[in-house]
Write a protein of this length. Structure first.
Lengths: 104, 154
């Protein structure tokens, strides 16, 4: 599955537009990471545990996006966007969305 | 009295360690930014026409979660009372954003790309501290890496 946040793919022609596809996941942080983060909150700096957590979650959102696109027969997703919103204390939703297309 | 002592210790620790960490991070950012100058990042949505048919494109993502130290959070809480520019958060988000771009460039380099187009940023506050102050922010940067087709992945 080809993913890009441009509106076209160089050298390829868009044969068919197949509409919006999206993938999302809601993740909560875990206690172990939270304790480390609590310490880091005192001295500042990067919270590596959270960075990894969100990267994993975002990868999952992208996997779901790809799955959905594949299910409707697309071979590329253009104009991919990400958004993050915190739905509750300590939980975040990660959404990836884009336009599924068929390239020649 | 006891509480005040604890507060002072926390503030001093936050100030000293936070300052050291920030300085070290800025030094590292500046050094890596210089090293990554050969992979320029553009905010334009379209590829230049002359470079088009011979390339492959792929999505690259970089993100970081960064937290503000105790001292800065305390100063920011005071600043909330009077309003105005919050320098402590400015540097926090500036560091996070530059770090995210560096990670985009690093990923692009590992995929053998020569440039990154259509870079987008997104900032989300991950955990809210007491009284709705910002605890930590995530900055995400993503874009499309352009890889010359004759070039193989490093």
């Amino acid at each position: 599955m080809l993913m890009t946040n441009l509106e076209s793919v160089p050298g390829r022609r868009i044969v068919r537009h197949m509409g919006l596809v999206q993938g999302s996941t809601v993740r909560a942080k875990n206690v172990g990471r939270d304790i480390m983060a609590g310490l880091k909150n005192l001295v500042g700096g990067e919270l590596k545990g959270y960075t990894e957590l969100l990267q994993e979650a975002r990868q999952e959102a992208m996997d779901r996006l790809a799955q959905q696109a594949e299910a409707i027969g697309a071979n590329a997703v253009l104009n991919v966007r990400f958004t993050t919103s915190s739905v509750a204390q300590g939980a975040a939703e990660l959404l990836a969305y884009g336009t599924a297309v068929e390239l020649d | 009295m006891y509480g005040l002592g604890t507060l002072l210790i926390l503030l001093t620790m936050g100030y000293v360690f936070g300052r050291i960490a920030e300085r070290r991070h800025y030094r590292s950012i500046i050094r890596r930014e210089a090293a990554f100058q050969r992979i320029p990042v553009f905010a334009t949505r379209h590829l230049p026409v002359d470079l088009e048919p011979d390339v492959r494109t792929t999505l690259v993502i970089g993100s970081t979660v960064i937290s503000v130290d105790y001292f800065k959070r305390f100063m920011a809480a005071l600043r909330m009372l009077v309003g105005g520019r919050m320098k402590s958060y400015e540097s926090l988000i500036d560091r996070a954003r530059r770090e995210a771009v560096l990670r985009v460039q690093d990923q692009a380099r590992r995929k053998g790309a020569k440039s990154v187009f259509n870079i987008k940023f997104e900032t989300a506050s991950i955990s809210k501290g007491a009284k709705n102050t910002v605890g930590s922010v995530e900055v995400l940067a993503y874009g499309t890496a352009v890889i010359p087709q004759h070039c193989t992945t490093e």
